[in-house]
Each structure stands twice: as structure tokens, then as C-alpha cells.
Design a protein around this ligand. Structure first.
Ligand code: FAD
Length: 474
């Protein structure tokens, strides 16, 4: 007699593993629980002891309003059929093959955890970091707590890039530490910022003001920092003839958004140096071509002025070096030029874009004529690449879940021990007994808030799995 049952029925729920607990993972879980025609069970795996991905480890400590989105994720975690397995790394404690053996569908929500390099000499000098390291350090991300940001000996910093991450880094470097002291920033980072000698931060963008990726509100936050001025050279506020022509070819809505940035940057340029002690100097059409070192440490940067040209009809203005080179002194360089995914063994990976190969969220295998990998899906930054705000991931995850439901509806599956909640739990326990449940996380969460209250912060984070586990045991 057949042991098969309709997939998504009470006898044989649809069993889904979500790898990663950032926004895209939680939005995928929310979408799965929102539909009512299939019974779904979700196990979420997270390599860190704590959930929420970049909302906890990326979003800046002075953006607490953004972090409030975790309340919606908590509601999803309380759904019947949801389990969280923190401190479980897929590729270390369990393999993707293990997941395929225990779940009908696997959703990769692993983000893009590595970074892009500039490819210029001197990048490996002491004092040269990726923004990921600086951000992870001040946010208490366990991977980056050993980085030493000796800001006491830094008067000038360079931040390469003009996206949101670069803006965050520059703002944290010039912000009054007293304003950060009430947030969830780590004590070590706060101490480093209190001792900081930073007076100037150069933010470098290789293209012009019309191509700036930040929104007016984001760059304005720097201008609004007490104790710091945002300074632009007049020539950097001018879009120039190539960009002016290109702007006219854009849709009116896009033109208006860019014009808002241009108006704000022109206003900054006309305000001159300002009177505050710290300066963020936004230099556009400028690329670092070398980090200069002395005794193995960064002491300066060689910068080349760029000009823009359009290489093919309908294309965007692209920068190229003019040969005009200038040197500046600096003791810290942060590269914020983009994140890049890390390949999970067994999952087709597009090394150029740094994302998982997919079509609309279904994982595909380019080595097999782009055949769909059965039961494998991807959401969030691992699907689209590292751009978009927290909320952007919602529609992205919901779209992938639509495909998952389409693939599951009308299917049957055998009722075997491996594909049960108990079977999967026994398997996880055998491979990583130190996993952290959502109840455990809620205890840690309460402890972090309580620890924070004793020192006037919104929370004092646990910054390693060992500390989190010890706190739970005691
Ligand atoms: C520095 C920075 C600041 C930002 N600030 C803002 C902001 O102010 N406002 C805003 O709206 N957006 C902001 N964003 C964007 C926002 O954080 C992202 O849109 C969002 O986090 C992407 O979600 P994700 O789920 O795809 O990836 P992530 O948030 O990166 O989540 C991926 C998760 O997968 C886990 N993982 C990875 N590999 C494995 C594995 N092998 N096994 C188990 N788990 C694994 C990771 O630990 C992580 O928890 C910021 C981004 C950055 C980088």
C-alpha cells in the first residue's frame, strides 16, 4: 500500500528549511505562514547564535528605528510550525545534502557576507579595512570582534564608496560618541571612538554627483551631525555636460530624485568649510589608485581625478582616469565598494555577481543547461545582489515563496521519519548539540536589554557564541 500523502496535508506537511535569519529569511517564513491552503513547517538555520542578520550586524546603532522591524520577525517566529536553530552553520554542522534529505524545500537566505576589493596596491596594509569589518566591529558581530581600530592615532580617514554603507561609516567616525553611547554599539567601539583623533574623513566616489547612490536623507544625516560639517568642492557638485545629457534621457521620476541630491550637494558646496571641528569631505570623480604605506601601515592615498563618458548609446556615464593624481595623508582606509556572496558547497554560485544562480528565486544549475535544482530556492541579497533596504526583501521573498507554493501544490510525498519535525530535530542534535532555539534567543534578548539598562544603553550585546551559551547555562 502506498505511503504517499498530499504534500502540505496534516498527514504530510510541507517541510521547509530556511538558511539564514536576516530579513529575507523571515519574510520568506512570513509568506509561507500567510497562505492557508498548505500546511507548512519551517526550520530556520542561522550560523550565529542570534537572529536577524544585517538588521543586528549591519544597520548602524544610531538607526534604532530601522531595527524595530525585528518585532514583526518575532511575530513570525511565534507561528505554529516555526523553529529556530541558531549557532548552526550550513556547510559546517550540516551540509546542503543533509537539508535536502530532511526537507522538501530549502530556501537560501544567506545574504552576501564577503566584500569586494579595490584591486590597488597597498590594500593589505595595516590600517586598511573593509567596511564590513568596521561595521561588524561596532555592531558586535562575532566575526569581527578581534579587529583593532586604533582611532587614537588617526587624524584622517578615507572611506572609499558613496553608498549607504560608506555613509554609515563616515557618520559613525564623526558623530559625537555621547550620542552613540545610548545605542547598542559595543563598549570597545565606543571606547575607540571616544579616544578618536579623527578630524577629517574623505568620502570618495568614482563617478559624479548625478550618479551618487545615497538618498538625500542619508547624506543629510552627515550634514546634520553635531560637531561635523559636510564639505564639497564646488566642481564636485556640478553634474557636468555628460551627466546633464544622460539625466534628460531618464524618466521624470528618476530625474526628480537625482535633482534632489544635486540641489542638496550644491547647497553644501556653497556653504564652504563650515565651523565644526570635524569635516566629512565628499570628493567625487575621484578614485584611489594606491594606498601608501610606511612600516607596513597606511600613511596616505594616491587619488586620481576621473572624467565621465558614455561608452555606448543609452548607457550610463562611466568613469575613467584623467592622469591627474594627487596624494593625501591618511591613517585609516575603509573600502565600502560592495558586498559579495560566499559560495555554499553544493549550491550553484555566480562568482562574478557573488550571488546564487537563480531564475526569479528558483536555484538553477548553469552546468546543466540552467536546469532548475529541485527543491532549492533563494531570497534576498543572495538572490538579487547586495542592494536594497530591509523592506525591499519583503516583495523579493514573497515572489520566491509564490514559486515554492506553485511547485509544491498537487504533489504527494511519502511519510518517512527523516521528513518529520522529530526526525530533523534528532539529526540537528546529533551534529550540533549547542544549537540555540528561539526561546533561548528571547532569553538572551531580555538579558541584553537588562545589561544595557545598567549602563544606559538600549542593549548590551553578546558578541560571541561562547558568551551567549554561557549566559544561557547560568
Ligand atoms: C552596513 C549596512 C547598513 C545597512 N543599513 C540599512 C538601513 O539603515 N536601513 C535599511 O532599510 N537597510 C539597511 N541595510 C540593508 C539591509 O540590511 C539588507 O537589505 C538586508 O539585511 C538583506 O537581508 P538578507 O536576509 O538578504 O541578508 P542578511 O541580513 O545578510 O542575512 C543573512 C543571514 O544568513 C546567515 N548565514 C549566512 N551563511 C550562513 C550559513 N552557511 N549557515 C547559516 N546561516 C548563514 C547570516 O549569519 C545572516 O544572519 C544595510 C546593510 C548594510 C550592509
Amino acid at each position: 500500500m502506498s505511503n504517499d500523502h498530499p504534500l502540505g496535508s496534516a498527514e504530510r506537511p510541507l517541510r521547509v528549511a530556511i538558511v539564514g535569519s536576516g530579513p529575507s529569511g523571515f519574510y520568506a517564513a512570513a509568506a509561507l505562514f500567510k497562505q492557508k491552503d498548505l500546511l507548512v513547517e519551517v526550520d530556520m538555520f542561522e550560523r550565529l547564535p542570534t537572529p536577524y542578520g544585517l538588521v543586528r550586524g549591519g544597520v548602524a546603532p544610531d538607526h534604532q528605528n530601522i531595527k524595530a522591524v525585528t518585532r514583526a520577525f518575532e511575530r513570525t517566529a511565534r507561528s505554529e510550525g516555526f523553529r529556530f536553530f541558531g549557532n548552526v552553520k550550513i556547510s559546517e554542522h550540516l551540509s546542503v545534502e543533509d537539508l535536502y534529505a530532511h526537507y522538501d524545500q530549502v530556501v537560501y537566505a544567506v545574504g552576501t557576507e564577503s566584500h569586494r576589493d579595490m584591486g590597488v596596491p597597498g590594500e593589505d596594509l595595516a590600517g586598511s579595512f573593509n567596511a564590513t569589518e568596521f561595521v561588524g566591529c561596532y555592531n558586535g558581530h562575532p566575526d569581527f570582534q578581534d579587529r583593532d581600530f586604533d582611532l587614537e592615532n588617526v587624524t584622517t580617514a578615507v572611506v572609499v564608496g558613496i553608498g549607504n554603507v560608506a555613509v554609515d561609516c563616515a557618520r559613525i567616525l564623526v558623530r559625537d560618541p555621547d550620542e552613540l553611547a545610548v545605542t547598542d554599539i559595543t563598549d570597545e567601539a565606543l571606547t575607540a571612538l571616544r579616544k578618536s583623533a579623527v578630524r577629517e574623513v574623505y568620502m570618495l566616489g568614482r563617478r559624479g554627483p548625478a550618479q551618487a547612490k545615497f538618498a538625500p536623507a542619508e547624506i543629510k544625516e552627515i550634514a546634520d551631525c553635531s560637531g561635523a560639517d559636510l564639505v564639497l568642492r564646488p566642481e564636485d557638485a556640478e553634474p557636468g555636460p555628460v551627466s546633464a545629457g544622460w539625466l534628460e534621457s531618464l524618466e521624470i521620476r528618476e530625474q526628480k530624485n537625482i535633482q534632489k541630491n544635486l540641489d542638496f550637494l550644491a547647497e553644501c558646496a556653497s556653504s564652504g568649510e563650515g565651523t565644526e571641528a570635524r569635516k566629512v569631505r565628499l570628493w567625487l570623480l575621484t578614485s584611489p589608485i594606491e594606498l601608501m604605506g610606511k612600516d607596513g601601515r597606511v600613511v596616505g592615498a594616491k587619488l586620481e581625478r576621473n572624467s565621465l563618458s558614455i561608452k555606448k548609446p543609452g548607457g550610463e556615464p562611466r568613469p575613467s582616469g584623467t592622469g591627474e593624481v594627487q596624494e593625501i595623508e591618511c591613517q585609516l582606509a575603509l573600502r565600502a565598494i560592495g558586498y559579495h556572496g560566499i559560495q555554499l558547497p553544493g549550491v550553484p554560485f555566480d562568482d562574478w555577481y557573488g550571488i546564487i544562480h537563480n531564475e526569479g528565486g528558483r536555484v538553477i544549475d548553469p552546468d546543466r543547461e540552467k536546469a532548475v535544482v529541485p527543491g532549492a530556492y533563494v531570497v534576498g541579497w543572495a538572490k538579487r545582489g547586495p542592494s536594497g533596504l530591509v523592506g525591499t526583501n519583503r516583495a523579493c521573498s514573497f515572489a520566491t515563496v509564490d514559486l515554492m507554493l506553485e511547485d509544491a501544490r498537487g504533489q504527494t510525498a511519502p511519510h518517512d521519519e527523516a521528513h518529520t519535525a522529530d526526525g530533523a530535530l534528532a539529526f540537528v542534535k546529533a551534529h550540533q548539540p549547542d544549537f540555540i532555539t528561539f526561546d533561548d534567543w528571547q532569553k538572551l534578548d531580555a538579558m541584553e536589554v537588562e545589561r544595557g539598562q545598567t549602563c544606559g544603553k538600549v542593549r548590551q550585546k553578546f558578541t560571541s557564541a561562547a558568551d551567549a551559551l554561557e549566559a544561557l547555562r547560568s
